[in-house]
Design a protein around this ligand. Structure first.
Ligand code: MLC
Ligand code: AMP
Length: 505
């Protein structure tokens, strides 16, 4: 029976002395060395008493060891639960409690906050630092570099990724081995990845894009990655001539274009640039082609579904569109009120069905039922249309969501914090255009009668409670919020009013 995820992504490379990770310091880790590391970690994990199906919550910096922990979880049949390193302790506590994690792995320097949380929820705590040191690897290094993979089927859960919601509560998207494998193998074909590819990897590995799209595609194709801790323009410019491909959020591309050293020559050896996680402006697409001769390939996905659509590798990569549904992915556009399928060309709710679509939200049957239809179609919350040539256009969002530099932010979560502050009657959080992050967060406050809220104190509370990328860039005090006749806050009116706050036009 085996363990499909481990066998098809990791086990296939057993004994191969081919490069897998090129590190910024010049070292190279082969596939075989990576698998040895993963097996040692898997032995350590089972030594802690972890059983298949247990959740492993991981909030660590990007490193080869962090990636090997993902491989080790696959090998031992554990559910990998990666967390954004920016999350603060209140956010972390929710994830640990909600998931019932059996093990929490975090950086040694930041154990003060997770320790009582882990204790309170009966989870074991181990450390893993950016340089690979910490209690987990100390234990793993004493273990054998061989591990018999736990028996699993494609229907077994492989990972939980938490995604926020319009109510402000995060939901654990349950992804099966089949979800991850089907998407990785499809993308290898669609984007023509081979063992000769070297992917410039500067994305975080706690989200779908950096972990399941970039890493799984390279694992499934047998290629290698230049594995950078984060997006650093200098590193990217220095290392691009050694790469064949890059995956990034639109901010990667606007930052590259903002530097004159980024030229067609520098991108000469590159085969493919892929963008996703947020809308790529047609203008960026065009400027990039004019500068390098490359047309960026834009694709569309989400945490619950991995990738849904992609522009073609060989055909026309059309700016401002996200291409065609991937093979095996059905996509329809429906009336958001009735759920009826709309005629081609009309704008409505994008729904998708296929082997990529997740199982549901962990222990949230009502939320699952509200978004995942019984017939398997997932209601994405994205508004779009399919044009006459079959290209999918995303024209807006039916969900109240801000995407800043590729990170999703649900305004409700911030509004709940703002509404609680002294002197604040109510608040509205909106996304406004930002030249670097695409969109950024703006908070609008209305004071209680006769009160003057202390904006600085409110900012500092927000900073303590919420991850950095969710902080409003500015808080604005208004006499009242614009409302429609039903009393609903008109966020569009606010977005319109403040759209030029951070842009020059
Ligand atoms: C960092 N900061 C951000 C931010 N990233 N603020 C808002 N939005 C972001 N995305 C904070 C930093 O903490 C810092 O705070 C300040 O902003 C400026 O930092 P920076 O040095 O300019 O940021 P940098 O580290 O360069 O990060 C920017 C980035 C990064 C765009 C490179 O955010 C990134 O790698 N984003 C990718 C996100 C991603 O992988 N999304 C995929 C989700 S999966 P201070 O306090 O120092 O000022 C998904 C599905 C799909 O959506 O389809 O793929
Ligand atoms: P997440 O929940 O973090 O996985 O983010 C998924 C959301 O990102 C989608 O529902 C879309 O709103 C958005 N998204 C992803 N890719 C694209 C894209 N290429 N263009 C526009 N929006 C995108």
């Amino acid at each position: 029976m085996g363990n499909p995820l481990y066998d098809r992504l990791f086990g296939i490379h057993a004994g191969k002395d081919t490069p897998f990770l090129y590190l910024p310091g010049g070292q190279t880790l082969t596939h075989a060395a990576f698998l040895d590391m993963a097996s040692r970690i898997a032995n350590a994990l089972t030594g802690f008493g972890l059983q298949p199906g247990d959740r492993v919550a991981v909030q660590v910096e990007k490193s080869p060891e962090a990636l090997a922990l993902y491989a080790a979880c696959a090998q031992a049949g554990l559910i990998f639960l990666p967390l954004n390193t920016a999350y603060k302790s209140a956010e972390l506590e929710y994830f640990i409690e909600n998931s019932g994690a059996a093990l929490v792995v975090c950086d040694e320097a930041s154990t003060a906050e997770p320790t009582p949380i882990a204790q309170a929820h009966n989870a074991r705590l181990e450390t893993l630092n950016a340089d690979g040191s910490g209690s987990l690897m100390r234990r793993a290094l004493g273990m054998l570099p061989a591990f018999e993979p736990a028996r699993r089927t494609e229907e077994d859960l492989a990972a939980f990724l938490y995604t926020s919601g319009t109510t402000g509560r995060s939901k654990g998207a349950m992804l099966t081995q089949a979800n991850l494998l089907s998407n990785a193998e499809t993308l290898v074909q669609e984007w023509r990845f081979t063992r000769d590819d070297v992917l410039l990897h500067a994305l975080p590995i706690f989200h779908t894009h950096g972990l399941f799209v970039a890493t799984n595609v390279i694992l499934a194709s047998g290629g290698a990655m230049i594995f950078l801790p984060k997006f650093d323009l200098e590193d990217i410019l220095r290392l691009m001539p050694q790469a064949t491909s890059m995956m990034g959020v639109p901010t990667f591309y606007t930052r590259l274009l903002s530097d004159e050293r980024f030229t067609g020559d520098l991108a000469h050896h590159m085969r493919l640039f892929i963008s996703g996680s947020a809308p790529l402006l047609a203008e960026t697409h065009e400027k990039f082609e004019a500068r390098t001769g490359h047309r960026i390939l834009e694709r569309y996905g989400m945490t619950e579904t991995n990738m849904n659509t992609s522009n073609p590798y060989d055909g026309e990569r059309r700016a401002g569109t996200v291409g065609f549904p991937l093979p095996d992915v059905e996509l329809k556009v429906t009336d958001p009120e009735t759920g009826e399928t709309l005629p081609q060309g009309e704008i409505g709710m994008i729904e998708v069905r296929g082997p990529n679509v997740f199982e549901g939200y962990w222990q949230m049957p009502e939320k699952t039922a509200a978004e995942l239809r019984e017939d398997g179609f997932f209601i994405t919350g994205d508004l779009g249309r399919v044009d006459d040539d079959g290209y999918v256009h995303i024209v807006g969002r039916g969900k109240d969501l801000i995407i800043s530099g590729g990170f999703n932010i649900y305004p409700k979560e911030i509004e709940l914090v703002l509404d609680d502050q002294p002197g604040v009657l109510e608040s509205a959080v909106i996304g406004v255009p930002h030249p670097d992050f695409g969109e950024t967060v703006l908070g609008i406050l209305v004071a209680e009668p006769g009160q003057t809220p202390d904006i600085e104190a409110i900012m500092s509370t927000v900073q303590n409670e919420l991850a950095r990328f969710k902080h409003p860039r500015e808080l604005i005090l208004l006499d009242e919020l614009p409302r429609n006749t039903m009393g609903k806050v008109q966020k569009n009116a606010l977005r319109n009013r403040y759209k030029g706050l951070f842009t020059s036009d």
